[in-house]
Ligand binder design. Sequence first.
Ligand code: NAP
Length: 244
Amino acid sequence: MNRLHNKIAIITGAASGQGAAEARRFVEEGAKVVITDLNEVDGKALADQLGDSAIFVSHDVSDEASWQRVVEQCLAAFGGIDILVNNAGIYRQKSLAETDQALMDLHYRVNVLGAFFGMKAVHPVMKAHDGGAIVNISSIAALRGSPGLFAYAGSKWMVRGMTKSAAQDLAQDKIRVNTVLPGLIDTPMLAGNAPEYLEEIKQMVPFKRLGAPEEIADAVVYLASDESRYVTGAEITVCGGMSA
Ligand code: NAP
């Protein structure tokens, strides 16, 4: 249980769902973690549970200025940044006809600019400390057309594209940048779906069940750890076979 021994990580959107599972797994594996989120109540409660290995920083990923605060607080608490997980995201089910500019802007600001600002903010620190690992969370909705998810799927395609370009740009600074593409994962993000709809989509998964947040955390630990030291620009789908 020491795969992230001595590593210092920032995980965005970590008050809930997959980000919270990642924060727990990272601490189990020996990391120090900065949990960031808009949700202060759950974020602080999780940091308290994790004790000296975690702090919570209130953070809107779409606000570039607030990233400087996150970086400063991470350096002040733990003295470095080895890992960034750009996990925070929003999801609205709307078709092209139902999507307006405000919904496009919202997905762009949180899912796209949020990951971009994060990579920009940690880059100089990682570069000065001999490298690091960035894991961006996309979605299997970004592997092909996704009906009724126009803005969301478009934003997650951008995450894939940014990750591959960043992997090329940051390789010289020993910073690896990879993507995890979750399938249908049992988190509050899916809670807005009707139970009948969830049952219907479960039947489309070869494993006939939703994924657990911990199953995404396992893939993120691999990409964040030195076990993946020769892996950059890669994509791991964790989806019970849905993208096969
Ligand atoms: P979740 O439980 O809703 O967690 C997302 C977290 O991000 C929430 O705590 C949310 O806070 C926070 N957040 C939203 N906007 C933010 C912002 N501007 N700044 C900082 N934090 C913000 O969902 P999840 O399933 O764990 O999602 C994690 C990632 O996986 C997302 O990128 C999502 O798109 C991706 N994903 C999820 C699934 C799935 O089936 N669940 C599938 C594929 C990909 P609030 O609760 O306050 O909004």
